[in-house]
Write a protein that binds this ligand. Sequence first.
Ligand code: HEM
Length: 184
Amino acid sequence: MQEDRYSLPQRVLHWGIAGLVALALVAGMLFFAFGFSGLQDTFGGAVTNALYKYHKTAGVLVLGLMILRVVLRLRLGAPAPVTSLTDLERRLSAGVQLLLYAMLLVLPALGWLATAAGGFPVEFFNWTLPGLIGKDKALSELLFTLHGLAALTVMLLLGLHIAGALRHWLIKRDGVMRRMSLLG
Ligand code: HEM
């Protein structure tokens, strides 16, 4: 890639996936804070079911779009690293980005398999996707625990990623943000 910024499809995917992850995280934190019956008591059955349905839908979209993103990254690459970065900064940001790629594939895959193993529908808008594994309550509990831990890891990685981006944007003002920006 010769340009000094990511290609338009890569930039659109970055911000689209960021929005979907934020939606899935907000719903997931509500599941964690209230639990299923707590949500039903507080918000009613219809809202609770919609929260679960759109949590799963957003997660499945993240999985599909992340696969596309990996393919694009392998085919189109990334712009050359910014010269103002120190060696440590370059390694740190590359490490966090690699882990985010991996975790944003693992996290929704765990949610999918945990849901299926629990005997719940893998909802995608108004469709039900194939579960891929049979019903197994104990396995489902283990996979949901791993799903929660993976979500926590993603939140920590996002904290580092966003702190780094804000530092470049507001303090260093070195054009790193422009590489992923949708604006001119
Ligand atoms: C980027 C994608 C995703 C994120 C950020 C995410 C995040 C979360 C979080 C934070 C929780 C709460 C964990 C806990 O209570 O310990 C959760 C729960 C849950 N997730 Fe996801 N998730 C994603 C994808 C998926 C997918 C693809 C599915 C299924 C197709 C799914 C199904 C579920 C279900 C059913 C629960 C509730 C578990 C319960 O009520 O005990 N998630 N998710």
